[in-house]
Structure formats: C-alpha cells, structure tokens
Design a protein around this ligand. Structure first.
Ligand SMILES: Nc1ncnc2c1ncn2[C@@H]1O[C@H](COP(=O)(O)OP(=O)(O)OP(=O)(O)O)[C@@H](O)[C@H]1O
Ligand code: SF4
Ligand SMILES: [Mg+2]
Length: 317
C-alpha cells in the first residue's frame, strides 16, 4: 500500500525559454508508517519537492507530473482541499521554528488553535490537549510552558513545540525539512529520538529531509539521494549505505565522520552543485564524478532498477 506517490514530479520557475526546473522528474513511493530519507547538497531541490507535496510552493513556482496522497490527485485538488489536508492529514516541520510559530501568541494557545480549526475542538478541551501534547513531546512542566511565548523557549524546546503542533491532529504524513540542522549536536540527537518514538507510536509516515547523510542513516527506512533536482539513487537504507551504486552517494558516504577519528574523512565532495539555470547536457554530476567517461557528458542517465528495489541513475552503475 502507498500513502504518498510522486511520479515524474517537476517544480519549475519561470516560463517558456526561461523555465528553470529545480525538481526534474522525481519519482518515489512512501508506504504508511515508513520513513523516506531525502538527502542531497544545498540547492538540489529537497525543500521544493517537500513544499510541492504540502501545496506550499512559493509564488512563481509550479508543480508538474503526478502527486498522489492516499489515492487522491494532489495537483488537481482545489486550494480549499489542500488546506483541509494540511495540518489534519499531512503536516510539516521546518529548520527554523520561529518562522512557523506566531511570536505574539503563547505556544499552548497556538497548539490549541490547531485542534479548534481542524477538529472543531472546544477551547477548554483544546487547551488541555495542548498541555498533554507538550508533555508528549518531552517538555517539562507543560502547563507552565504552555503560557510561554516562543522567544522565551530554547531552540530545542521551540522545535518540540512545532512537533507538537504538527502531530496535534495525528497526521498520517509528517514532512520534516532539516528539523535538527539549526540545533546543537546533543539536542539534535534528542529531537531525532523524539521523532522516531512518535513515529513508532503514532504510525505516521515520514519524509525526512537533510543534507546530512549521517542524520538520514539514523532515521530512514529508505534513502533517496538527490542531485541537481533528480534522483541519483534510491533504495532500502541499509543497502544504499552498505553498497552505494551511484558515485555521488559514494562521495556523500566518504564525507561521513569516521567513528574512530570522529572527523570527516573528506569534508566535502570536490566541486559545486550546478546552477539549475545552466545545467549541462548529459549527467549533471559529470563535472565532479571520478568515474565519468565521454558518454556521461552527452547522455542523461535515468533511474533504473539495478537490483531488487535498488535504483540508480548512472550510466556506469
Ligand atoms: N523563488 C525562486 N526562484 C528561482 N529559483 C529558486 C527560488 N527558490 C528556490 N530556487 C532554486 O530552487 C533550487 C532548489 O531549492 P531548494 O530550496 O529546494 O533546495 P534544497 O535542496 O532544499 O537546499 P537546502 O539544503 O539549502 O535547503 C535552488 O537551486 C534554488 O536556487
Ligand atoms: S553517469 Fe557518468 S558522470 Fe554520471 S554518475 Fe555515472 S559515471 Fe558519473
Ligand atoms: Mg531546503
């Protein structure tokens, strides 16, 4: 069974000759209760793909291809329909909770509002449930904290509040876009643990986005590696990490900290991500790829199944 399915998903800016494809032919399927980890360097289109799923693309961006959620065609749905899904059936948490939280409303009231708006809960019952949710996400003295304004809380606590808001209506899909990137390493680990626990208890599916393969490897059942708006590699997490098929995935793995030395072997992959406005012909990774041949500069590789459930877009995988 599939909860969320993308087929040839594109996100474009601009029109006609000036069109820029920042997501270009993405395909994936996410089953209920599973976690798909999406990894790739800055600018490869991870957030745009997530915002397309939520129906929250910025002005000027257009989604194309197909997106289905629980059998419904998301791209054909009215804005009212999308709004009904958001919050109730699918929710998203971001890197910086301050941008999603209202600075002048106590956090308990903001969580309660979710329940009033989406479930028609009564005010007093909603306030009580908000306190229970704060406790659920590991906030001590939740009744007191419910009266706090976002700026009175630490970054980690604000992230917990945003998670409480996201899970308030028990969505079947949670999208987490770099939810731990802005936090200290110890707090990062706590938030990851919380998300894993909530997912297990609530049975949510999760689309977890990070530029950090180390974080992805701790949380994902499946990994999709993106490069320049496309899928480079996709498969079960263990197998992608143990036996990567795509040179870009191998490069990302080489940048992971060596547990013995606790330092990255190579801090980054040499070279930079191509600007989506000036994408070369052939494989987008070829200027940086250690395995590139002349063919790679001319032929665009598409994701092909190389082994059961193992997809890679590489001419030489
Ligand atoms: N308003 C816009 N107009 C044109 N291009 C845009 C706009 N917003 C984003 N882009 C481009 O879309 C591409 C994908 O951006 P996106 O935010 O999805 O990347 P990302 O993978 O989430 O990166 P990061 O890891 O930095 O969050 C980038 O190349 C970016 O420059
Ligand atoms: S197609 Fe060629 S350039 Fe692209 S990843 Fe494979 S070997 Fe490297
Ligand atoms: Mg992003």
């Amino acid at each position: 069974m599939t909860l969320l399915e993308a087929e040839a998903l594109t996100v474009t800016f601009g029109q006609a000759a000036a069109v820029v494809r920042v997501v270009d032919g993405l395909g994936f399927a996410l089953a209920p209760g599973r976690t798909l980890g999406v990894v790739g360097e800055s600018g490869c289109g991870k957030s745009m793909a997530a915002l397309a799923v939520m129906g929250l693309l910025p002005v000027g961006a257009r989604a194309g291809g197909a997106l289905r959620f629980d059998g419904e065609d998301l791209l054909a749905m009215s804005e009212a329909g999308r709004r009904r899904l958001r919050g109730r059936r699918m929710a998203m948490i971001f890197q910086e909770p301050m941008t999603a939280l209202n600075p002048v409303v106590p956090v308990g009231v903001q969580i309660a509002e979710m329940l009033v708006v989406h479930e028609g809960a009564r005010e007093t019952a909603a306030r009580q449930r908000a306190i229970a949710l704060l406790e659920r996400v590991g906030i001590a003295e939740p009744a007191t904290r419910a009266a706090a304004y976002p700026h009175q809380l630490s970054g980690g606590m604000r992230q917990r509040v945003m998670i409480a808001m996201a899970i308030a209506c028990r969505p079947s899909l949670l999208i987490a876009d770099e939810p731990t990137t802005a936090l200290d390493v110890s707090v990062q680990a706590q938030i990851l643990d919380l998300l894993l626990e909530l997912q297990r208890d609530e049975g949510m599916a999760m689309l977890f986005i990070s530029h950090n393969l180390g974080v992805i490897s701790e949380i994902a059942d499946e990994i999709m590696v993106m490069y320049a708006g496309r899928v480079a590699e996709h498969g079960p997490a263990q197998s992608v990490l143990a036996a990567p098929l795509h040179p870009y995935t191998r490069g990302l793995i080489a940048t992971l900290p060596d547990p013995a030395r606790r330092k990255p072997v190579l801090p980054t992959i040499a070279g930079t991500v191509p600007d989506p406005r000036w994408r070369a012909a052939g494989c987008a990774f070829h200027p940086r790829c250690p395995d590139a041949t002349a063919e790679c500069a001319a032929t665009l590789p598409t994701p092909r199944e190389r082994a059961p459930r193992r997809f890679a877009a590489c001419l030489h995988a």
